[in-house]
Design a protein around this ligand. Structure first.
Ligand code: ZN
Length: 149
């Protein structure tokens, strides 16, 4: 997949609600994790914002990620954002190998309480699961990976 440009301006086609992140969700639907990369300073950042948080340049594009990373921290969620979300589940911050981070669900078994921090440093890889409520987007989730994968 090649770089994807964010939509031109805040408030363009959809009143500003989704134009910034639409390319992210389109890539996710196609099974690719992307993140903003600044063309001026090379910063990888997430979540998407209209300008680079390091140099304030608006010249950035979505670039594909390897989807490989390491768990920075995690917690177990027992009360989700809605009844559609099966609990408990593990939520973690993943450091991606390109130098950016994202908050996501960690697919581990069992998804219940465990020793605090036991997953820190675990090598993980992205996959995608359908959001359990409308609009049913494909959400990135991370699973432990074997060495070399
Ligand atoms: Zn920058």
């Amino acid at each position: 997949m090649s770089a994807v440009e964010p939509s031109a301006a805040p408030g363009a086609a959809d009143g500003g609600r989704g134009s910034l992140t639409a390319p992210f969700w389109e890539a996710a639907a196609a099974g690719t994790l992307v993140r903003p990369v600044c063309r001026r300073c090379g910063n990888n950042f997430f979540t998407p914002t209209w300008c680079c948080p390091r140099c304030q340049s608006e010249e950035w594009s979505y670039e594909p990620s390897s989807g490989r990373g390491t768990v920075y921290s995690h917690t177990t969620v027992h009360r989700g954002p809605g009844a559609e979300w099966a609990v408990p589940y593990v939520l973690g911050i993943v450091d991606l190998e390109e130098g950016w981070s994202m908050l996501s669900r960690l697919v581990v078994d069992p998804p219940d309480d465990r020793e605090p921090g036991v997953l820190i440093g675990t090598d993980v890889r992205v996959s995608f699961e359908r959001e359990p409520r409308p609009p049913g987007r494909m959400l990135p989730v991370f699973s432990p990976r074997k060495a070399g994968s």
